[in-house]
Ligand binder design. Sequence first.
Ligand code: SF4
Length: 398
Amino acid sequence: MLSSESSNVRTKGFGLRREILPQLAENYKSDLIEEMKVNGYRWCSGHLTFRLAKEFGFCYGVDKAIDFAYETRAKFPSRDLYITSEIIHNPLVNRRLMEMGIQFLTGPHKGVKGVEDIGESDIVLLPAFGTTVKELEYLKSKKCLLVDTTCNSVVAVWKRVEKYSEEGFTSVIHGKYDHEETRATSSRAGKFLVVWDKQEAQIVCDHIINGGDRAAFLRCFEKAVSPGFDPDSDLLKIGCANQTTMMSSESMEIANMLQKAMVKKYGTPHLAEHFRHYDTICSATQERQDAVFELLKNEKIDLVMVIGGYNSSNTAHLAEIAAKFNIPHYHVNSAESLLSKNKIEHKPVGEKTSAVTSGWLPEGKVTIAVTGGASTPNRVIEEVIRRISALAVQTEKS
Ligand code: SF4
């Protein structure tokens, strides 16, 4: 089970929300976004009209994680405070934590100390994605205070894969095998296989139905299976789960593909003996995807701005929805990505790195759809909107 219920693991805040509210408002709130909500999610500036998706920005899990981090700092202003990795995938939020003296133990912001250097007097925050069983147990052995900010929707997936394991089912997880959340989930799954997309799911389906080249299968999923995984014996009984932030439609399609493969192999009467599926996409992810879909379907939009960290999975999926509508779209991580009226730095859908594109802002009357991932502060969304409207009135292209 979850195993974070022990004396040195805290899964609640410290009752200091009122004290931290002014700081949270200063760092993340936006008056412009509040104004847009009141005005039908719309704001006009010159010949630009901005249309905000009805669900966007911080989700309940991110709110909780950030609250816990700020409350912990407020409660222990002079203690050494660490976090195992990025608390969420947003550069501004992680920068703010560093400014508050919270030191990162791993990843691109890693400070001087690593997990092995943690001592009893230290405090360690666990991020919203959770952490692996191994790392959790190691940190517990250090007897430091652990403040666990893991989102409840992630914990729900953990419970699901633990149940599959108890029942002798292999978890097939739709996600990115090296994403923090999927690593945490798979560490609780016993036997598991992570599939990234429908193409990989098809390989799994083919093996279920026809068997085949075991070595080739293992080469394909080399980094995405539990130790000792054997596709010939470990795909007889499978349960589907997913990283909470995947594209929900794709997760459903993958589960359907696997279900059909099981029906083909064993017949409908025996399906329950071989297949389990529960949708574990979190509601916040689903709502943000639905909202941008509705906006693009119902309105004439000339340009879509999707705002959030480049490593934010749920933000990337919002950009994928925009791509499907064939409308010019840009996934930017902050207002700094808008380099000039002519040039924009953005992460193209499906690419691992960012690119710079010219001629991104159309002339004349333009309606711009705006959304932000579940880890994007409203303040960052406002800064992007204000930067676009400032650039639009510049006469010189650079
Ligand atoms: S996106 Fe969903 S799972 Fe992730 S932190 Fe937010 S609510 Fe939790």
